[in-house]
Design a protein around this ligand. Sequence first.
Ligand code: TXA
Ligand code: MG
Length: 458
Amino acid sequence: MPSTTLSPAVLESYTPPQSPSPSSSLYLSRQSSHTATSTVDASKISFLPSSEPGLHPYDSPTLEIDDPATLEALTNAADLLRQGKCVAFPTETVYGLGADATSTMGVNSIYAAKQRPLDNPLIVHVSSLSQLRGILAPADSTTTTNGHAMNTGGGEIPEVYNALISKFWPGPLTILLSLPTDSPLSAAVTAGQPKFAARLPSHPIAQALCHLSSLPLAAPSANASGNPSPTSASHVFTDLRNRIPLIIDGGPCSVGLESTVVDGLRDPPIVLRPGGISVEAIRELGGIWAKTVTSKASLEDAADSSIIPEAPGMKYKHYAPRAGVVLYEFGARAPCGKDLVRSAILSGKNFNGKVGILRTRTWKAGIGELTLDCLKSESGDVKSEFYGNKGVGGLTVVEKGLGKGGEEIGRGLFAALRELDDVGVDVIHVEGIEEVLEGLAIMNRLRKAASVVVRKVG
Ligand code: TXA
Ligand code: MG
């Protein structure tokens, strides 16, 4: 069996997660704002597909909201967006922090609230293909939907994307498009890139906000920059409280990992960030998509500083909880007691004596207790703690199983990292999985979050 040990050399390379330097000119200063939360029931929102035969159902769908409270909450949010403010809302992947993509004031409010570096561009969200065409051909005609002007531009979406859009939109897929001349998008959205990223999300609340505001919405994940992405409204509140005016609470996100970002204007097409749609599913479309490659940088560990980023934003540390993350590649051996102690001690000055374990496919439930048992033969001063079962003193292990299926692991990963942070662990030991299907995106996030990667040997 392939195995590896956590050698002292590996553990000594541990560095606690870095937070951005607020003094740098890459960051805008933060504004304070009271944060309200508004709960919205997504089941009250529906989109009726485009009626013309042969059209994509989301070419120009009609929005229906038959519940007055839902309509009022979403209309209020849309009003804020039209005033150039930012609003956090659920998408099927993670919560987004949205603002008018055509307003530099709006877009800057996102960068400021998240403390996101200004050279990391944002994804533009739309609720229909006609809204996207409106960005590609801004001078085109306008019409009125629900009393608001809406651009129904006739700009062409490149044909190469037809298969992808038919199959995966609305959904967790982002495509890169050339910025048109006279682009209506604020230059801050693309951070100087010649292309912009666009996505038609499947979450009814995200769709309704784009539709009701008649605005394309620039929306990164609604976390403080560098933290794990938020998959519930409470995660957003933890990170952005008093930095944004409104959070729409639409319950937990179903996918849990961000969208796949793909550039189909290159031959072969390239996945810049693996995400909710697997590379295998894209290749199955055939034609040029059969050749789709994955960006090398998206597969690298964050610790490898030699990588030259292919997508802007790749150079920053991402998805990291406060605790250090030790990632065990699939096939590497599970941690033993000494690994837990040594990693906790090396994690920094404020050592709480708590270690987290996140199990996925093969580590057995109770692995934390077992590792502590093996330590007890060397030291009597070790106790364990599992959820709902408090221990006292010594080293404490908090263990959590994410499930075995790829979708389940992806859905729960960010929430689990945050949960372990909340109980104050110093280090989280995570069981990695194979880097295929959903595993590619899961391991991409974990590699970016990890300070130490325990490699499989052989
Ligand atoms: O699922 C998602 O994609 C979520 C939800 C809210 O839609 N959004 C999200 O946004 O994850 P963010 O900002 O956290 O990540 C956007 C990614 C970054 O890796 C960024 O570098 C890449 O998309 N990106 C955005 N615009 C780009 C561009 N013009 N060229 C290349 N990469 C781009
Ligand atoms: Mg993000």
